[in-house]
Every structure is written in structure tokens, then in C-alpha cells.
Write a protein that binds this ligand. Structure first.
Ligand SMILES: C[S@@+](CC[C@H](N)C(=O)[O-])C[C@H]1O[C@@H](n2cnc3c(N)ncnc32)[C@H](O)[C@@H]1O
Ligand SMILES: Nc1nc2[nH]cc(C(=O)O)c2c(=O)[nH]1
Ligand code: SF4
Ligand SMILES: [Mg+2]
Length: 216
């Protein structure tokens, strides 16, 4: 294994709070730095700083928790080229690996064993122009598409994209999530039911349990 290095903000053990493996004990590897600035971002503390770590040291830190599930997130993980060997090394080690990405970067090099959770940025994030729609055909049933929605306008936009790109047919799960503290959870749930959308409603479980803070 090459001993590449990556800038890391935190490595912690918690319950997966989002997406398909929600509720399962998971180790989170949060990479430092992000080229986007979503207005609602709950991980601004990962924009700068962090600590440079060797791949072997990251693997050792992860192994300490004896986990089954690993979630690589950030910041924007794919903004660091060495994220690709990290993902492959985690798969080689036998973990079930997911990747949280904005999809503003090319996902072509992501290891085929990884479940990519690609977040298409909605208009209210302020970063809708950064979506790389070219990534969509690269996604498969093992992957997930996430929409984080801050308003009814965002919801209508997401509904349109669902249809425009046939997203429910492309990936295993399409996730609709409210921006925490911005859109009433129940409103989003009611709209999904009214429209009979083929999507999975999700709320950030970790914030219900522990609040909005790093390390959970
Ligand atoms: C912090 S980001 C890191 C990965 C990548 N940069 C991305 O945006 O997908 C992880 C996920 O948290 C979501 N997120 C960030 N702040 C949020 C908030 N206030 N409410 C709901 N979801 C949020 C993002 O939209 C993204 O899906
Ligand atoms: N518990 C927990 N689950 C998560 N799933 C995705 C997260 C992220 O920040 O990407 C996250 C997080 O920060 N905490
Ligand atoms: S892309 Fe992800 S980490 Fe970057 S600002 Fe948006 S939510 Fe935060
Ligand atoms: Mg988070």
C-alpha cells in the first residue's frame, strides 16, 4: 500500500445519522477542506485546519473501533486526490464503505465497492450551479442520491430533477432531507406522501440524539 497522506479534521465512532445505513454503528472519517460554501453547512469547522495523516495511520485509527461500517465525509472528501486510495484501502480491509460527496467533483475514480451518497445541491444552498450532472450516469443501484431541502421551492426543484434524470431508476435510494432548523420536518414528510414520491424521507438522527455539534 502506498503511504499517501490526507488532511483529516476528525475520526470518530457514532451511529450513522443519515442515508441507507441510518442507525448502524459507524466510524466517520472527516476530511478537511471544501470548495463549496452551502449556506446551511453544519460542518464549517472542517473547512480549514485538520491534521495531515498517513494512510496507514488513518487505517490504524479506524481499526481501533473494530467497526463494520465506515463513512468518509468532510468537508469535500473528493477535493483531496488521496481520498481515492483511502476509499480502496478501506474496502480492501473489509469494511462496508460509504462516501458523502457534493458531487461537484468527478466521481469516476471512486472504488466500485463504495456506496456513494451524492448530494445534489438545491437552489437555497447557494451552490446549485456547482452540480455535476455528468456524474449521474456513473451512479448505480448500490449508490444513493440526496437532496437537502430548505423550502417548498427547493422541494419542487428536486421533484423536477427526479423526473428529468429518472433518478429513482438510477440509484438504490433517493433521499429527501430537510435543512436542519430551516424546513419543518413534518411539511416535507406531508409533501412526499401527498405526491406519492419514490423517495426516502430522512432526518439527521444524530442531531435528534446529541444536538448539532462535531464528533457525533
Ligand atoms: C457536511 S456534508 C460533507 C460531504 C459533502 N461536502 C456534501 O455536501 O455532501 C454531509 C451532508 O450533510 C448535509 N448537511 C450539511 N448541513 C446540513 C444541515 N444544516 N441540515 C441538513 N443536512 C446538512 C450536506 O448537505 C451533506 O449531504
Ligand atoms: N452521526 C453522523 N452521521 C452522519 N452521516 C453523515 C454525516 C456527515 O457529516 O457527512 C454524519 C455525521 O456528521 N454524524
Ligand atoms: S459541500 Fe458539504 S461540506 Fe461543503 S459547504 Fe456544502 S455541505 Fe458543507
Ligand atoms: Mg454531519
Amino acid at each position: 500500500m502506498s503511504d499517501a497522506s490526507l488532511r483529516i479534521t476528525e475520526i470518530f465512532y457514532s451511529l450513522q445519522g443519515e442515508a441507507r445505513t441510518i442507525g448502524l454503528p459507524t466510524v466517520f472519517v472527516r476530511l478537511t477542506g471544501c470548495p463549496l460554501r452551502c449556506g446551511y453547512c453544519d460542518s464549517e469547522y472542517a473547512f480549514y485546519g485538520g491534521e495531515r495523516m498517513l494512510l496507514t495511520d488513518i487505517l490504524a485509527a479506524v481499526a481501533n473501533f473494530n467497526p463494520r461500517y465506515i463513512c468518509v465525509t468532510g468537508g469535500e472528501p473528493l477535493a483531496q486526490p488521496n481520498c481515492l486510495p483511502l476509499l480502496s484501502a478501506l474496502c480492501d480491509a473489509g469494511y462496508s464503505v460509504s462516501l458523502e460527496t457534493s458531487g461537484a467533483m468527478d466521481i469516476a475514480g471512486v472504488d466500485a465497492r463504495v456506496s456513494t451518497v451524492m448530494d445534489l445541491k438545491s437552489p437555497s444552498s447557494g451552490e446549485v450551479s456547482k452540480n455535476r450532472y455528468e456524474n449521474i450516469p456513473l451512479l448505480a443501484k448500490k449508490d444513493q442520491l440526496k437532496f437537502v431541502l430548505g423550502s417548498r421551492e427547493d422541494y419542487d426543484w428536486a421533484k423536477f430533477k427526479l423526473d428529468e434524470f429518472g433518478l429513482a431508476q438510477q440509484v438504490g435510494d433517493v433521499l429527501f432531507s430537510p435543512v436542519h432548523g430551516e424546513l419543518a420536518e413534518r411539511d416535507l414528510a406531508d409533501w412526499i406522501v401527498e405526491d406519492n414520491l419514490p423517495v426516502r424521507f430522512q432526518m439527521q438522527l444524530h442531531k435528534l440524539l446529541w444536538g448539532d455539534k462535531p464528533g457525533v
